[in-house]
Design a protein. Structure first.
Lengths: 271, 368
């Protein structure tokens, strides 16, 4: 059974899904984050934007425990996870899924086997045939054609690899999904389809999504709120309209630059 | 709360499964196995009493309903939405690609390996041709020789290999002398240890072991460096600017390997002889002065020539396989690893095959 040290998940917790307070990250002399605060609400898609090198990925890695910050507190589902061992946070880690930038699929396993890895790891007692069925429907649920399941990652296109990555991230039916630049490197059609998939999955499964992106179309199309990283912290969080009302030069340039205006116009045309 | 269900049978024999608890991946337990045993008589799945339902629970309900033809009742909006979503994702598919018949597979692999062996040989020959052409062009325009690159390769391939090759050769010389002394002593002929060490290292082992070491040190580096440049499109960039990759990358490495191998091979032979001499002194009481004057008597000059003729050829083979495999890299980082391995294996294999041909050839021309 569970170790007494294990942090137990509280199903009745209603507060912010992720809460980051006073986070500080630095590499040598270079300070990436200083006194960074951020709350992610239950059921929302939060877009995280910021210029290159502002530490969007570092923030995500700090939350999921791949990077130990110098200072600060990070809690997920109301539980402090910073400084806890992997064994202690295992119950929490079952409740989130991560899609890395390149998909990070295990190259020696087929797509379906990739999806089975977390299931086998966390629920080894699950019936083998049932596990296979679960892997198969997860692959199809991620919008991959059925014939993609027995393929190896090297046989897939970039867009399909991302979908396979999301299938693996969703293997344990998480409540929280981290996406690191999911539409980077996809053609506009593939990117729009991926946005739709994210929205659809979020609505069907009631996910909370932490989404790092550079894609203005994604921000307009699916994000409920947007957090802006600049000056080593989150300078603003809100809907795009709320952000536009702010007088910060980077935000103005980002959303009111030529690309920002076009994405905004596209959103209005589509509705 | 763990999932559970009870079976209720009406008088007409219709079975209803009444579920309770959470239907989720964490609370599922052995439910899939138990449901499988319920059979076809099930007509209704009542999930009105369930708590939290996730897609895995929805899939379980959907699958049971699909297999038994039962009706799902009591699903709330969330559960209905999930069941509809997983039903839409219910498509026949496989976990692994179909495995072909083992006989066919073995034949396939043998065939593929044969084709690869011949295409590689053809590719290497073609690449050698390209190097010759590049070399010819360079001779016509000597100003284009990249001396800096060539000297840098001399350093990496030659000078920096001195330590490891010296140590290896010294130990090989020791081992040959020691084994020779033990065996030859049985005939009282231990003085012939000198012949053994001198001729074997000069003629064969010095150059051969050096070639193997250089293939492992530099052949692999050539393949990995050029392969990585291929991946990052540096080589394509060179071509568009008008720089020939053969001239800029391959020729300096080729020249360095061809020049350095005879020097390293000769050095290795000398160090091996020193090692053998040391052991002969300690074990057989042959003083160094005697040992070296004996070496001069018993090792014909042709043995030195044999080593020096073979060495540049081995160097060429190492450079050609390394650079060729590097240029063949396609796709991803994994391929760099595969090609590097292939470069080393092919270089060592070809070196040993050619060494056998050389042995026959030199005996034939009377250099024995």
């Amino acid at each position: 059974m569970l170790d007494s040290q294990t942090i137990v998940y509280d199903p009745d917790y209603e507060g912010p899904v992720i809460s980051v307070q006073g986070l500080r990250n630095s590499f040598g002399d270079q300070v990436v984050h200083d006194n960074l605060d951020l709350d992610v609400r239950r059921g929302e898609i939060l877009g995280v934007v910021g210029g290159s090198g502002t530490g969007k990925s570092v923030l995500m890695r700090s939350i999921i425990g791949l990077q130990t910050p110098n200072e600060g507190e990070v809690s997920v589902f109301g539980q402090q996870i910073l400084g806890e061992s992997d064994a202690a946070t295992i119950e929490m880690r079952k409740r989130w899924g991560v899609l890395f930038q390149g998909g990070a699929l295990f190259s020696t396993l087929t797509v379906a086997e990739n999806v089975m890895v977390p299931i086998r790891e966390f629920y080894p007692e699950m019936d083998r045939d049932f596990r296979r069925e679960v892997a198969k429907y997860k692959v199809c649920l991620s919008g991959l054609p059925p014939d993609a399941a027995p393929k190896y990652p090297s046989e897939l296109s970039g867009g399909m690899r991302k979908r396979a990555g999301i299938a693996r991230a969703l293997a344990l039916d998480p409540e929280l999904l981290f996406l690191d630049e999911p539409t980077a490197g996809l053609d506009p059609i593939g990117a729009a389809a991926f946005d739709n998939l994210t929205k659809e999955l979020q609505q069907t499964m009631g996910l909370t999504v932490f989404l790092i992106t550079h894609d203005l179309d994604t921000l307009y199309a699916i994000c409920d709120r947007v957090a802006v990283l600049a000056d080593q912290r989150v300078i603003a969080v809100g809907t795009i309209d709320e952000l536009l009302a702010l007088d910060h030069p980077w935000i103005q340039e980002y959303f009111n630059g030529p690309r920002g205006r076009m994405a905004s116009a596209g959103k209005k045309v589509i509705g | 709360m763990p999932s559970d269900f009870v079976e209720e049978t009406t008088e007409e024999g219709a079975v209803t499964l009444r579920f309770s608890g959470d239907l989720s991946i964490a609370s599922m337990g052995d439910l899939p196995e138990r449901l499988r045993e319920c059979g076809d008589a099930v007509q209704r799945l009542d999930i009105s009493g369930t708590g939290y339902v996730d897609t895995v629970g929805a899939w379980l309900i959907h699958r049971t309903a699909r297999d038994s033809g039962a009706e799902i009742i009591g699903a709330d909006d969330d559960a209905q939405r999930l069941i509809a979503a997983v039903a839409g994702a219910d498509q026949a598919t496989d976990i692994r690609p179909d495995a072909p018949n083992p006989v066919v597979r073995v034949l396939n692999e043998v065939g593929e390996a044969t084709v690869i062996a011949f295409t590689t040989l053809a590719g290497l020959t073609g690449f050698f041709g390209a190097i010759i052409v590049g070399f010819g062009r360079l001779m016509l325009h000597p100003g284009r020789i990249r001396w800096n690159a060539v000297i840098a390769r001399f350093d990496v391939v030659g000078v920096r290999a001195l330590g490891i090759i010296g140590l290896m050769s010294f130990l090989i010389g020791l081992v040959i002398a020691q084994q020779g002394a033990v065996q030859l002593r049985q005939f009282g002929a231990e003085v012939f240890t000198v012949n053994l060490v001198g001729r074997l290292t000069m003629r064969e082992l010095g150059v051969l072991m050096t070639a193997i070491m250089v293939a492992g040190r530099s052949g692999s580096a050539f393949a990995a460096q050029i392969g990585t440049m291929k991946l990052t499109e540096e080589i394509d960039a060179m071509r568009t600017i008008g720089v020939s990759p053969v001239e800029a990358l391959v020729l300096p490495r080729f020249i360095a390997a061809v020049t350095m191998l005879p020097l390293l091979g000769f050095y290795a032979s000398i160090v091996a002889i020193i090692g053998g001499g040391l052991l002969s002194w300690v074990e057989l009481d042959i003083p160094p002065a005697t040992f070296f004057s004996r070496i001069r008597e018993v090792v014909p000059l042709t043995d030195v020539y044999v080593g020096l003729v073979k060495a540049p050829v081995f160097g060429a083979i190492i450079a050609i396989t390394g650079c060729y495999q590097g240029m063949q890299v396609k796709g991803n980082a994994e391929d760099v690893g595969k090609r590097t391995t292939a470069a080393v294996v092919q270089a060592i294999f070809l070196v040993i095959v050619l060494d056998a041909f050389f042995a026959v050839f030199f005996t034939w021309i009377g250099w024995d």
